[in-house]
Design a protein around this ligand. Structure first.
Ligand code: GDP
Length: 445
């Protein structure tokens, strides 16, 4: 039963796109199981940059099947733009390579509008969402008023459910927010047309994935965002609207828990966070600016400058523990070259009590005092190293000390955006991972 899950072990933007792309070579199927087009994986292949928001990065590899599973909130307009963009650049995205869950929920215009208005309404208490309508679409899913991809394929049903949904949304837009109402019939017509375009890709992806798993196909589950943004286990309410870690896979992909396989976390050698909410190791002023500039820490999807800070071993340890990670990959170590001595957060002290793991039970982290350690920095280049021994001495010691603090093996270190800019330390795939697929490659159905 070969499957592997890869997830963000911080607040997102850990460099998952590059790692997933790298691992895709050894798998048959790549699956997105949660989140929406707020993920923005950047992959650089032979110097060419690709940004993927919804489609798994396996699409850049021939012969791989890519699944957008049930737990994803799908903005079909963004999805079609992504398909067209890939096709224009010569990547074929036929239904044999891309499968879209019939029972995934759809993000409509009204969700995007409500997202922005609701943030405005919250004022200083805003979450800092990407404004892509993801939270409101998940709200509709929980309220049982949402529409699923399969509803788009039936024009009469789509029109009926969409009109009902829009009637309520327009009441909120007009009466609560005092804004111009959405044009119901224009939206209905647009989404019925979109449904027809998506139809060839739509499938019972849960059944396909369970069958693929039974057949021994090698499956990679790709997490979006990070565990600190998990709706249940993250820094609520400043979180995303889904379960971001491997815990979200069984429900999000429609597979049994034992199909999740081995889990590998991904965390940067430092920390960033987008949007509002607790970020204990945050740096400010010149130090933050230098780190942000060195790491190009600006959102892929929104272009927003990311908040930047020191490596937080408390948060990473918590994410890896929650996910039961067998190991983790440290990314962007090269960024720390030349930034001077490096602080690492080793514990939190709150009201006199010390925590070495993230205290998920507290309502807030107000007044948290950081327990830190300062490690020597380095000025030499780390980006050209391809073996652990080739790293500058201080960089090697940094990796080893962080690994010790987090208490989970660092299986790979990434030192650049390119595919080959990695240092292997331990195997990522389990010993039972087959070198090649046992059944013919290609379509799942
Ligand atoms: P994701 O959402 O987790 O995939 O992360 P992002 O795509 O937002 O951010 C990762 C960015 O860092 C992308 O621009 C990558 O090309 C780049 N990147 C990934 N790994 C490394 C690395 O080890 N070093 C450097 N310098 N850049 C990296």
């Amino acid at each position: 039963m070969p499957s592997l899950s890869v997830f963000g072990a911080q607040w997102g933007d850990e460099g998952k796109g590059k790692i997933i792309d790298l691992l895709s070579d050894r798998v048959d199927v790549v699956v997105r199981y949660q989140g929406g087009a707020n993920a923005g994986h950047t992959v650089v292949v032979d110097g060419v940059k690709w940004v993927l928001h919804l489609i798994p990065s396996g699409i850049l590899h021939e012969g791989k099947v890519n699944v957008i599973a049930t737990g994803v909130a799908i903005d079909p307009i963004k999805l079609l733009e992504e398909i067209d963009g890939l096709e224009e650049r010569g990547v074929s995205v036929g239904p044999e390579r891309l499968r879209i869950a019939a029972n995934a929920h759809v993000i409509f215009e009204q969700h995007k509008r409500i997202d922005g208005l609701s943030e405005r309404w919250k004022g200083d208490g805003r979450i800092g969402t990407t404004g892509r309508g993801i939270g409101p679409a998940y709200s509709d899913k929980a309220s049982r008023t949402g529409l699923r991809i399969c509803d788009l394929l039936d024009p009469a049903r789509c029109a009926e459910r969409l009109r009902a949904n829009l009637a309520e949304k327009n009441a909120v837009i007009g009466k609560v927010h005092g804004e111009e109402l959405l044009d119901v019939e224009a939206i209905v017509q647009r989404y019925v047309e979109i449904g027809a375009r998506l139809a060839p890709f739509v499938a019972d992806t849960g059944a396909e994935l369970r069958r693929a798993h039974r057949d021994g196909r090698r499956i990679l589950f790709e997490g979006a965002q990070g565990v600190m943004l998990d709706i249940d286990h993250g820094t609520y309410p400043f979180v995303t609207s889904s379960n971001t870690g491997p815990g979200g896979i069984p429900s999000g992909a429609g597979v049994p828990p034992h199909a999740v396989g081995r889990s590998i976390g991904i965390a940067k050698a430092y920390c960033t966070r987008v949007g509002e909410g607790p970020f204990p190791s945050e740096m400010f002023g010149d130090d933050a600016d230098r780190l942000r500039a060195a790491g190009h820490e600006y959102g892929t999807t929104t272009g927003r400058p990311r908040r930047a800070g020191s490596f937080d071993a408390v948060a990473v340890r918590y994410c890896l523990d929650l996910a039961g990670a067998a190991g983790w990959i440290m990314t962007k170590l090269d960024v720390l070259s030349g930034l001077g001595d490096l602080k690492v957060v080793t514990g939190y002290r709150i009201d006199g009590e010390e925590f070495s793991e993230y205290p998920a039970h507290l309502p807030s982290l107000d007044g948290v005092e950081l327990i830190t350690e300062t490690l020597p920095g380095w000025t030499e280049d780390a980006a050209s190293a391809r073996t652990f021994d080739a790293l500058p001495d201080a960089a090697r010691r940094y990796v080893e000390r962080v690994e010790e603090l987090v208490a989970t093996p660092i299986v790979m270190v990434s030192v650049g955006a390119e595919r080959d800019a990695v240092i292997d330390r331990e195997p990522i795939f389990g010993a039972d991972w087959p070198a090649s697929a046992p059944t013919p490659e290609g379509a799942l159905s």
